[in-house]
Design a protein around this ligand. Sequence first.
Ligand code: NDP
Ligand code: GDR
Length: 353
Amino acid sequence: MGNKRALITGITGQDGAYLTRFLLDQGYEVHGVKRHSSCNNTQRIDGLYGQPHEQDAQVHLHYGDLADSLSMVRLVKEIQPTEIYNLAAQSHVAVSFETPEYTADIDALGPLRLLEAIRILGMEKETRFYQAATSELYGMVQEVPQRESTPFYPRSPYAAAKLYAYWITVNYREAYGLHASNGILFNHESPLRGESFITRKITRAAAAIAMGEQERLYLGNLDAKRDWGHAREYVRGMWLMLQQDEPDDYVLATGETTKVRQFVQWAFEDAGLPLEFDGQGIAEKGYCRRTGKCLVAVDPTYFRPSEVDLLIGNAGKAHQRLGWRHEISVRDLAREMVAADLQSLQLKRATRH
Ligand code: NDP
Ligand code: GDR
């Protein structure tokens, strides 16, 4: 395929930002869908996109919304992308319990709208499609480690919506011959991770407490286990899926699982505040410093109505067929995130004085 032109929905999110950089390095012209917002929501990609009057800009932003099929059809028609990466979603599992209908509209019907846009415009042969599927599909443990053939058992409105998205992507591939692939990605994090997801919530708080700007961190279930990788490495896997002759579905994961409470301990250690578990049970006493000051406590309001207890992925198929492998360990990921949060607080403080 000559003249590579990508359309990224969710370009303003964590993965959108890393994928944009990656595709620019590969020589792509990148188009992204952004939503209107009362506040600037393009911080993660500021500096990458050009102004409309700049002829040689390689990143172009367009207003649109996955809830608005007309805007999707119009953008696909105008841009004529060779690849579409559907990363846009209401991506917060806990929030999906509060906004189940909206989550279904964006996360389930959104991909359908894009797939149908490709079909309506007769672009089945020109446009390849990536769907951001998720390890949340596995939900209640059926088999470990989880791989492509593991049965799904969604445990949230988010996961149920993504289940529809997964199958509609498979269906359009089988029914209409679209080059459409699902990336079943396990959790991936970075310094650009949204601030209400657990890893970033922890690293930001560890940095803020170390700098004397926060007293305590409140969390929910500390016993959940996640397979955490680095977002920078995972976007390459997305791209590799679309470079294959045949479309298919792939797990991307590290194969290592870590408890939330372990990540807490690493992050506070990296911020210079090693914690001691008091042995009494975290729910009662929390994590404390030797001085007895309690820095991390459990607030049951963060518990979910139904939880995914254990995720650990087997990315063997991606290793074999895509040549994809992760390199960054979860321990190094925690270190990088804490360092970035400390640096950003130090910068803020320096500009305040
Ligand atoms: P983020 O929450 O960081 O980004 C989500 C993006 O979707 C943002 O750009 C957001 O825009 C956009 N968006 C939300 N609603 C709409 C809408 N109605 N119309 C258009 N755009 C919308 O998510 P991540 O980057 O972490 O994840 C990317 C995708 O991968 C998501 O689909 C997520 O569900 C999925 N996923 C993520 C994993 C992870 O660990 N990060 C693992 C597996 C799957 P705005 O900035 O305006 O809010
Ligand atoms: P997850 O990520 O639900 O796996 O979905 P999140 O970081 O929100 O939660 C991970 C685990 O930590 C527990 N937890 C808390 N979570 C949050 N956000 N805040 C808390 O205070 C807290 N305390 C404990 C959770 O209960 C959970 O077990 C992410 C998203 O990026 C999805 O879009 C993606 O599909 C999946 O990863 C794979």
